[in-house]
Design a protein around this ligand. Structure first.
Ligand code: ASP
Length: 441
């Protein structure tokens, strides 16, 4: 058995947290590939090392003196090194190189990546593992996307049969030979790539929560946890705003069917969440999760006999394409077509789009409505449970919620409901109450 273990920033925020992580790694000898984040927040008012580095970069670009800022960052690492009792280990040389880079030719991605690079060095020294710089094994192409072929081949060659390596998360090497980072939170992606490349049996992602919750704890107090979720269900939920894992982290392991296990560094005894390709495990509830977002708007296009007009939809979508707009959903009726878009992208261009639609398809009317929230109810269990939609809409009606839009894909994996922003929380509460609370289990 070979496992990749990725630890998030709060799991490595100080010496005490690193000790916990190290104990977890040592406890199971199949935990042989370690991917660390940069030290994160030690308390809610603290600053992540990545943000401290980005601040230093901003100061350097403005020609400000960065000495003090770099000292603050160094103090975080020195505190860790001392707290771990790492004799004879120092990052002096690395900080001198960073200072030099910032003074002479500041590079944003390079600077941001040092958080994980330095933390990787500390962790490798503490564990007695080999440190492998991610810039040697992860590669990006010209467009800034992962060069998967080169990455998998090189990582296999460099890591080979080694057991006990630390590969820092979040960055790799660009085509121009400079360091490039993934988007924020990207160490999750590194972990997934390492799992794919090394054909690991499992990707353990250690964080500060015990996995995914059925609903957002800011809306539902103390929501139930999700034990098993499929890649596809997770994709639906993360798209709608559930965030524990970086959205793109699923793709590399997904291709190889490697399960991701989300675990809590502070409560390793908790079961956590398994993210899998497929499972025969009976879901705990008919629905797996509820997620949602505010800030959508709808464009309702009406035209008599629309259903028999060939090419109508294409022409409308072409308008959106030409305006550089992506749409989220497109429920339609016989003589109506509704397009759901992000408010912040659409509203600045709304008048252009409306007139372009008029030119393209000569509709009877175009009506825009803003202030919409979308709530996604996701669950593989819905396919085999009869009456789910009935229960859902009855619950919403009972809660006096006016449903403005419904969209159910034929995959039967999710039902998306549009409600007014003011009903957003109430909608999630009503759905949770219907499907999750013990009385309705
Ligand atoms: N340290 C980076 C960030 O704060 C990447 C990560 O933690 O995954 O976004």
């Amino acid at each position: 058995m070979r496992k990749v273990v990725k630890f998030g920033g709060s799991s490595l925020a100080d010496a005490e947290q690193i000790r916990k992580a190290a104990a977890i790694i040592r406890e199971d000898e199949s935990r042989i590939y370690v991917v660390p984040s940069a030290p994160g927040k030690r308390s809610s008012s603290d600053t992540k090392v990545t943000d401290m580095l980005l601040k230093a970069y901003g100061m350097a670009v403005n020609g400000e003196d960065i000495t003090e800022q770099l000292e603050k960052i160094k103090a975080r690492y020195d505190g860790i090194i001392e707290g771990l009792g790492l004799q004879g280990f120092s990052l002096e040389g690395d900080f001198a190189i960073l200072a030099d880079n910032l003074k002479n030719e500041p590079q944003k991605d390079y600077t941001a990546s040092r958080g994980e690079y330095l933390n990787g060095k500390v962790l490798a020294a503490y564990l007695g593992f080999e440190f492998i710089d991610a810039a040697q094994v992860i590669f990006f192409n010209d467009e800034g996307n992962l060069n998967s072929y080169k990455t998998l081949k090189t990582m296999n060659k460099v890591v080979g049969q080694k057991k006990g390596v630390v590969i820092p998360g979040f960055y790799g090497m660009g085509k121009d030979g400079r360091v490039r980072t993934f988007s924020r939170g990207g160490s999750d992606i590194t972990g997934s790539i390492v799992a794919q490349a090394m054909k690991a049996d499992m990707y353990e992602n250690w964080t500060d929560v015990s996995g995914f919750l059925v609903a957002d704890p800011r809306v539902i107090r103390d929501p139930a946890g999700i034990r098993y979720i499929t890649y596809r269900e997770l994709r639906e939920l993360s798209y709608m705003g559930a965030s524990v894992l970086h959205e793109d982290a699923v793709f590399p392991v997904c291709r190889s069917g490697i399960p991701i296990h989300i675990c809590n560094t502070n409560r390793p005894q908790d079961e956590g969440t398994w993210i899998v390709e497929s499972t025969g495990q009976k879901p705990d509830y008919v629905i797996t999760g509820i997620a949602g977002r505010k800030g959508f708007c709808t464009v309702l296009i009406t035209k008599s006999m629309m259903n028999s007009e060939i090419g109508f939809g294409r022409k409308v979508l072409q308008v959106l394409e030409e305006e550089g707009l992506s749409f989220e959903h497109m429920p339609s009726g016989i003589d109506t077509m509704t397009i759901v878009l992000h408010e912040d992208e659409f509203l600045p261009k709304e008048q252009q789009v409306i007139s372009a639609i008029h030119r393209a398809v000569e509709p009877d009317a175009v009506e825009v409505e803003a202030g919409l929230s979308l709530v996604a109810v996701v669950g593989r269990g819905m396919r085999s449970a009869k009456g789910t939609a009935g229960r859902l809409f009855t619950a919403l009606a009972k809660a006096d919620i006016n449903v403005r839009m419904i969209d159910q894909g034929s995959s039967e994996l999710n039902i998306i409901i549009g409600v007014e922003n003011k009903d957003f929380e109430k909608t999630i509460e009503a759905i949770y109450g219907e499907f999750i609370t013990p009385a309705s289990k």
